[in-house]
Design a protein around this ligand. Structure first.
Ligand code: SAH
Length: 216
């Protein structure tokens, strides 16, 4: 790819995010700063700056940039936040979050994906992200409470074990609905010990499966 072409692609990328309604400058900057081409398969390099989800290893996907930016914006992040992500995948969403908050813990059920995302994030010098192999349906209480929680795989409902990890004043965002078809992006805001849920967009995520992946 020629440098001019690459620059045009990145400009179009920013434009398409703005056109679709992303307006938070910090989020737009993070989307500009994180090199999505480093998170896709080499065979998909020419697609890296398009607003589309792409396949990664283990039959999983790197989410569509608009959805990454939208979920990030809806989390209303503060620089002091400690964030939990369920579904590391390529590590792209974790990298975007890492640009905006104090620390990110991302959990992935495939060891292969967790290992490659960890290596990629280290190489790109994201020092405030930790990647862990684990099951988002069974997040251990000893991880403590988080200011923000983002789930990037579809769940039929928000598991109580995950809700329990959200601190007072916290925000959780997750695609809720059937494994096949579309889900609703749901945002839960905890205020005064009460959870207020709001349905946002229709989205399409790969399903969250319980237990660690047996394959790898
Ligand atoms: N956030 C990712 C995309 C996520 S795709 C990115 O930016 O690239 C969804 C990911 O969730 C997949 O990698 C899948 O393996 C993982 N996943 C599915 N069920 C899970 C579970 N129960 N616990 C942790 N990760 C899970």
């Amino acid at each position: 790819m020629s440098p001019d072409f690459a620059q045009t692609e990145r400009m179009m990328f920013q434009l398409s995010l703005r056109r679709r309604g992303i307006s938070d400058q910090a989020v737009l900057k993070a989307m500009d700063d994180v090199p999505r081409d480093q998170f896709v398969r080499s065979s998909d390099l020419s697609q890296a700056w398009r607003d589309t989800a792409l396949g990664i290893a283990c039959g999983q996907t790197i989410s569509q940039p608009f959805v990454v930016a939208y979920m990030t914006e809806q989390l209303q992040l503060r620089s002091s936040d400690r964030v939990l992500e369920i579904g590391t995948g390529s590590g792209y969403q974790a990298a975007i979050l890492a640009r905006l908050v104090r620390s990110v813990l991302s959990i992935e059920r495939f060891k292969l994906l967790a290992d490659s995302a960890r290596a990629r994030l280290e190489k790109l010098e994201f020092h405030n992200v930790e990647v862990m192999v684990g099951d988002g349906y069974a997040v251990p209480p000893n991880l403590g409470e988080f200011d923000r929680i983002i789930v990037t795989a579809a769940m039929p409902e928000i598991p109580a074990s995950l809700r329990a990890r959200l601190g007072e004043g916290g925000i959780l965002i997750a695609p809720i609905g059937p494994a096949a078809g579309t889900q609703k992006l749901v945002r839960v805001t905890r205020s005064g010990g009460r959870d207020i849920s709001k349905e946002l967009l229709d989205v399409r995520f790969v399903p969250a499966l319980s237990g660690l992946a047996r394959e790898l």
